[in-house]
Design a protein around this ligand. Sequence first.
Ligand SMILES: C[S@@+](CC[C@H](N)C(=O)[O-])C[C@H]1O[C@@H](n2cnc3c(N)ncnc32)[C@H](O)[C@@H]1O
Length: 325
Amino acid sequence: MQSMAPIRMLCPMHLPTGWLDRLRSLRQRFLEDDHIGIALPDYWRDDLDLVAYDAIPAARIGWKWDAALAEAADRGLVIPAHATVLDFGCGTGIAARRFLHRFAASEVLCHDRSARARNFAVKRLRGEHPKAKVRAVTNPGADGAEFDVLLVSHVLGELDESGRTALLALARRARVVLWVEPGSRTAARALATVRDTLLGPLHPIAPCPHAGKCPTLANDHDWCHFFAEPPPEVFTTGDWVKAARELGIDLRALPYSFLALATEPTAVAMPLHRLLGRAEVSKFDARRLACSADGLRPCTVTKRAQPELWRRIKKDPGGLRVLPD
Ligand SMILES: C[S@@+](CC[C@H](N)C(=O)[O-])C[C@H]1O[C@@H](n2cnc3c(N)ncnc32)[C@H](O)[C@@H]1O
């Protein structure tokens, strides 16, 4: 465990020959889809698919995890001592790797329906965290595998109804659930539905500022999402710049949605609100949606009344979690 998570930069040596074609083809098979409720066939053709995925899409997902875990930690998330952690739908194991950079665990279980992915994730975890005890599990629901912390990352959109029900049953067995999904409207609203389904035995730790139903689901157009910061080096690293250009990725935008839930409520007082999405900034003001126990409400910071704050929001429209009093 380390207190500050080091950033794993893309290294050209990690990239297999033809990595761009690999990523383009993975994109066609699953990366660009924003589908919910349709199970996809196994798409990992060989280890090179996983290497290419791990170097770029998974690295970006890792930065989302860093942001989500930082917020959960600030909100008082407690990981049980000697925790066993299950990474469900682990892919290359990026969620478990980022978890281990911030928290301790006595064992990590990697589960994916793809045996190739499970084995790849175990190897990558052992490489990055040589002291960690890591193993693959084939069927965590039926194996009776005991675990304390459930990690889920970018899987919800690939599950049909029965897969989702099975995953929710696993979540109900966990003491802590940490779940990161894309920041799209579809994915974030699906995650909000998961949250509301799990309320009761599990308490929201982050990002929610209340334990009531998710107010984004009260209408059709809002969704709970945030923007993570990539490390500044991506903007000057040749492979990242090339990948962004060729794949049409906006390197600055890392939209994500997340949930941290636990059987024990947090001892840290909930904030009065949590800002969602990004501010719309004009010459005169900055407007952003805030979630609170009373529901969603737009907040406006005027340049005239709060010039410093307006400038701060203009510089980083998705950056603040809460507005100062
Ligand atoms: C988009 S990838 C995400 C991988 C990894 N969690 C990450 O965030 O980078 C989705 C993963 O979920 C796995 N998956 C899809 N359906 C699954 C299911 N029903 N059970 C277990 N794993 C599943 C896929 O094989 C794939 O590795």
